[in-house]
Design a protein around this ligand. Structure first.
Ligand SMILES: [Zn+2]
Length: 446
């Protein structure tokens, strides 16, 4: 469920969810498609409906945005992924929230606009429509420069985007170990090998935060991930410890509780010493509310990160000696993106003679990178994000049919069959989690 950060209180979030469960089936209107046309000085959006309904439009500033409420409507899951690729012109982002009385669309803008809306009745191949005009400069009567629709965007099956971050770089060498092995060099080499491995896989697109020996502030690293619409951020490190006996690779995810091991605190401090400001930026002025919502969105992101982390750790264990056999958690700043699953890999301790020797060897780094790639692949094959080529391919493959019995919930069925809730919804074109006794559900084979 997408939650509109700007309008909801935590109480409303829960209330809205409950209301949605019970009234889900009574919705009558569907937002079938959204089309966008870009002209000089004006961005126009057309919301295609299957039945006419009321709407209201209003604008807010700081940050500039326009809100469209469409009464009694739902927005199908199959269109949601394509929203990311819709923005153009003054429109930066389209968000939506399913509310108990319809759908709210929030159009985030790069500057203030003159906005207006109108209703168009059904004609020819088009059904009833809501036209939203965002005017921000002198307009010209000319054919649109850009024109796209959700339905055309949804037909494109995107790659799973993995952002690979080689820690440190440039003026920040990271840890310096035995045999003068420098962290910034070996992690860049592993990152490049990992990129090669993932490029070779169909349906994966790796993106490096740095491809040479340059310094990059932590904030810029998560910005690369955000700009690329990353499905996962992997930050690669290799540390030094005061005791040269310390050794072993480990995988880390963010901890929210503040509970973290001695080693976790120490490592997080090392990685943060070059910069203390993280990548979090919420425009909301209400700090407490912002933090609550951040925690809520982070909790699910962290769970996802832990799953990927343990798959990666399992593969790494075949190549490297592990420091701990489970994914550890600590407050690394580079992992603090509320919306992007992120893991941090400590490939070993360069302060330990054996590991410095290993990490200094190209053959070892190659083996390690290939193990990480295997772990990433296995995890995404198990739970491919909606809208990706991987998800589409898996939906094509055979699935079994499950008949809902008394007491079942969608989340339990998902859990029992080890598929993600979003995938189960996607495969069955469910708009919400309402199920009924006797309903037949397709269960994709994992
Ligand atoms: Zn490091």
């Amino acid at each position: 469920m997408n939650v509109d950060f700007s309008f909801t209180t935590p109480f409303y979030v829960f209330f809205c969810f409950v209301g949605f469960l019970f009234s889900g089936e009574s919705f009558a209107v569907e937002v079938k498609d959204i089309r966008i046309a870009q002209q000089e000085g004006e961005t126009r959006l057309v919301f295609e409906l299957d039945k006419s309904t009321d709407h209201r439009l209003f604008s807010l500033s700081n940050p500039d945005r326009v809100v469209l409420d469409i009464s009694g409507s739902t927005f199908p899951a199959s269109s949601q992924e394509a929203l990311k690729s819709l923005p153009s012109g003054v429109l930066k982002k389209v968000r939506f929230a399913q509310r108990d009385n319809g759908t709210r669309f929030v159009l985030d803008l790069s500057k203030a606009v003159k906005s207006k809306s109108s209703t168009l009745s059904a004609s020819g191949k088009f059904g009833p429509r809501i036209l939203v005009e965002l005017e921000y400069g002198p307009t010209k009567k000319a054919p649109p420069v850009v024109s796209k629709s959700l339905s055309s965007l949804a037909a494109i099956k995107r790659d799973v985007v993995i952002v690979i971050d080689a820690g440190h770089g440039g003026k920040d060498p990271g840890a310096i170990g035995k045999y003068k092995v420098r962290e910034k060099d070996i992690v860049l080499s592993i990152a490049k090998e990992l990129t090669k491995n993932l490029s070779a896989l169909e349906g994966f697109k790796p993106v490096l935060t740095r491809s040479s020996d340059v310094y990059l502030p932590l904030r810029d690293r998560s910005q690369v991930a955000r700009n690329a619409n990353a499905d996962l951020l992997i930050s690669i490190h290799a540390d030094a410890f005061t005791k040269s006996s310390a050794r072993g690779a480990s995988v880390w995810a963010l901890s929210l509780s503040g509970k973290t091991s001695e080693m976790g605190r120490w490592l997080a401090e090392q990685e943060q010493s070059s910069e203390l400001v993280g990548g979090i930026s919420l425009d909301d002025k209400d700090q407490l509310l912002a933090e609550v919502l951040l925690d809520m969105s982070m909790n699910s992101t962290i769970q996802f990160s832990l799953n990927i982390g343990s798959s990666v750790l399992g593969e790494m264990g075949r190549v490297a000696k592990l420091h701990k056999s489970t994914v550890q958690q600590a407050g690394f700043v580079v992992l603090k993106s509320p919306d992007i699953p992120s893991i941090l890999i400590e490939t070993g301790f360069v302060s330990n003679a054996t590991e410095a020797k290993n990490l200094g060897s190209y053959a070892y780094r190659k083996k390690l990178a290939s193990a990480i790639a295997k772990g990433v692949k296995a995890s995404f094959m198990k739970n491919p994000p909606e809208g990706t080529l991987l998800a589409w391919k898996q939906n094509q493959t055979r699935s079994t049919i499950y008949t809902v019995t008394k007491g079942d919930t969608l989340s339990e069925i998902a859990k029992k069959n080890s598929v993600s809730l979003s995938r189960l919804r996607g495969v069955n074109s469910l708009k919400n989690d309402v199920i009924w006794i006797g309903q037949k559900l397709r269960i994709p084979s994992s």
